[in-house]
Design a protein around this ligand. Structure first.
Ligand code: V47
Ligand code: SF4
Length: 365
């Protein structure tokens, strides 16, 4: 039960009653939450939703991130990770190297998160072999690989439909798509920060196709660059509408923009409170997406802990090695141990739940 006396003077009484009843918030109500002078009140409403959905349960996964290449034809303005073909610092992993990375993780990963740049020469047959080899090396692991942007790139290289590419990769072991590549859907900003990348419509269509094939997917929003509050709300609304139609999003990951080594110069950098408020409003607006991730890599460990009281219920995982955020200046560690993740959660008085990639609790963990 929330304390209406706290929300009425802030003009949030009506929203508090809707949150209490589990009713959908309108875009206008989302605007009111961004405008509210008390961000902790917004956080309290999001925490109430989080508790109603998951109680004190706080999820984490033993996972391993792998980046197979940083060579990319897209040249997004915000991306510090990419290299052009032939540029120094570019890399491509062989299948043997990728499998070796999986096998050398401190614990066998239950979830493999593998993404890369849009490489001009790597063909679909390479990725089919890569998935098969990884699945053979780790039969228990769920392969969560390739953003919708990479799927669109493979389809263009092969002259195939994106649905056909997804079906081919699924047959080779692909189980989920990660949420990257969504950035911000608003076309004006998208044109400035990632003009060559799939459009919003294409990104959403590919996720719908994945859902129709029985592949669960995640979704993201990159914020704190050139977008407005209205663009953030539009982004959340488009995700919510897609989920109403195809229902396969498992988790939403808000990604605060890391500013180092980027061609984008931000005039008003995000504050910690901006990050927490955006996470809270995401929880409140995305009433049909079960989980919100506090991705410690981009947030830092301490801010991720705070986010668990602002609507988030998941910490991602052990990760082991991360390049995309760290090349853009993320100050977090490369990985966490299972014990560290559990301690982060218990230290807050919350209950750690080890999960698999689809958020099923791991039995006997
Ligand atoms: O799409 C790139 C983002 C994303 C920067 O699905 C940046 O479980 C901040 O999607 N500052 C990839 N973000 C990461 C991602 C992800 C991470 C963890 C879990 C899951 C999941 C997905 O990283 C890209 C882009 O939006 N990114 N550069 C930057 N400078
Ligand atoms: Fe390429 Fe992804 Fe970086 Fe864009 S964000 S340049 S698509 S690696």
């Amino acid at each position: 039960m929330n304390d209406l006396k706290r929300f009425e003077p802030l003009g949030l009484g009506h929203i508090a009653r809707k949150v209490q009843a589990g009713e959908r918030l309108s875009l206008e109500e989302g605007r009111a939450l961004f405008a509210c002078p008390d961000p902790t009140a917004v956080g309290a409403l999001a925490h109430q939703r989080r508790l109603a959905l998951h109680g004190a349960h706080t999820f984490y996964v033993v996972n391993r991130h792998i980046n197979y290449t940083n060579v990319c034809v897209n040249g997004c303005a915000f991306c510090a990770y990419q290299r052009a073909k032939g540029e120094s610092g570019g890399f491509e992993l062989s299948i043997a190297e990728a499998v070796e990375r999986l096998k050398s993780a401190p614990l066998p990963p239950r979830e493999v998160h593998m993404v890369g740049g849009c490489h001009p020469d790597l063909r679909l047959s390479f990725f089919v072999e890569l998935l098969k080899s990884m699945q053979q090396a780790l039969p228990e692991a769920t392969l969560k690989c390739f953003t919708a942007v990479e799927i669109a790139h493979f389809a263009r290289l092969e002259g195939l439909s994106t649905a056909a590419v997804l079906a081919t990769l699924k047959a080779a072991g692909l189980a989920m798509l990660p949420g990257g590549g969504a950035e911000i859907f608003a076309p004006e900003v998208r044109r400035r920060i990632c003009p060559k990348k799939s459009t919003a419509e294409e990104w959403l269509r590919i996720h719908g196709e994945a859902h129709a094939l029985g592949l669960a997917t995640n979704c993201t929003m990159l914020f704190g660059h050139l977008e407005s509050i209205e663009d953030r709300l539009d982004h959340l609304d488009r995700l919510r509408r897609q989920q109403d139609m195809t229902g396969g999003f498992t988790c939403f990951i808000p990604l605060p923009f890391q500013t180092e080594n980027s061609a984008i110069k931000v005039t008003r950098p995000l504050t910690g409170i901006d990050e927490l408020r955006t996470i809270a409003i995401s929880r409140l607006m995305l009433d049909n997406i079960p989980h919100v991730k506090a991705y410690w890599v981009m947030l830092t460990v301490k801010q991720a802990q705070a986010a668990l009281f602002f609507g988030a219920d998941d910490l991602d995982g052990t990760v082991v090695e991360e390049k995309i955020g760290h090349m853009a200046g993320a100050s977090s560690e490369q990985g966490q141990t299972k014990a560290q993740l559990e301690a982060m959660i218990r230290g807050l008085g919350l209950t750690p739940v080890e999960r698999d990639a689809r958020f099923n609790p791991v039995q006997g963990a």
